[in-house]
Ligand binder design. Structure first.
Ligand code: HEM
Length: 248
């Protein structure tokens, strides 16, 4: 949908005494705003007002997923190098990115079921599984996990020992908790997405995705953690306590 003429680029900026929006100013060249802001001219983005919202909101998600992967790759390097404090700081940045990712899904919750059906007609057989960012984060999981388990082994400890006695190596404990925070937010994103799908197209055994997958499939896939061991340690500890006390 075309924007009102007064709001369209290029436009004159009085402070700069120049036109913004040709993609030629230093800032525009560094950020590549010409390409970035010109990515909304295809069928889905132009079919309706909400088509533009759909495309930009998805592009924002892909960019944030890329940002998170970029940082997770760095976190893995730091864990491998045994730089625990810096790895915690890096994972904390991933936390912020994931929080934004989750919050931003709310933009799509404002699409009405009726308006979405118009957009959906242009999506072919597109599936969420085709999201590059999703695939990258899923691939990051085992890489980060290997880096952490190698570090635990190098420090002669195990996840179980660390969780039973966090003060024995508090930095390592904080690192594993930073992993847990990131994983928890990843699953929250999947859950938010599940609620989004429920709100817009509905979740039921006879509601299929464009790729002919059952929407109910999402209920189980959203529970899949990046680092399963960090969740099973909690279950194991609860079992131990229950056994020690003799009741639930
Ligand atoms: C109007 C908004 C949306 C609707 C109606 C929607 C719908 C669906 C449906 C029906 C599925 C299940 C079948 C399939 O894999 O295609 C799905 C999966 C998926 N969607 Fe979306 N989606 C929306 C927004 C998004 C956004 C913004 C992202 C971000 C990249 C996303 C990422 C994914 C991913 C990664 C999956 C696979 C998840 C899994 O298998 O556990 N979706 N979506």
């Amino acid at each position: 949908m075309p924007m009102r003429p007064e709001m369209q680029l290029p436009m004159f900026n009085k402070v700069l005494n120049d036109h913004v929006g040709h993609g030629k100013l230093d800032y525009e060249r560094t950020i590549r705003t010409g390409e970035l802001l010109g990515l909304h001219d295809h069928e889905t983005a132009t079919i309706s007002h909400d088509g533009t919202v759909f495309v930009i909101a998805h592009q924002c998600q892909e960019l944030k997923l890329k940002l998170a992967t970029h940082e997770l790759s760095y976190s893995a390097d730091l864990v491998e190098a045994g730089q625990v404090g810096q790895a915690i700081a890096s994972l904390d940045r991933v936390r912020v990115v994931f929080e934004c990712l989750i919050q931003e899904l709310d933009i799509l919750e404002t699409l009405s079921p009726r308006n979405y059906q118009t957009v959906r007609k242009t999506l072919g057989k597109g599936s969420g599984q085709e999201s590059p960012g999703y695939n990258q984060i899923m691939a990051a999981g085992p890489v980060l996990w290997k880096a952490l388990s190698d570090l635990l082994a190098a420090r002669n400890t195990t996840l179980s020992a660390l969780y039973h006695d966090p003060d024995a190596d508090s930095h390592l404990y904080l690192l594993t908790e930073a992993y847990t925070t990131v994983d928890g937010l990843w699953q929250k994103w999947l859950f938010h997405h599940f609620m989004l799908v429920k709100r817009i197209i509905g979740i039921s055994h006879d509601t299929n995705s464009l790729a002919e997958n059952k929407t109910t499939m999402l209920a189980s896939s959203m529970m899949r953690p990046l680092f399963p061991e960090l969740w099973s340690i909690r279950v194991a500890m609860t079992h131990e306590w229950v056994e020690a006390r003799g009741h639930h």
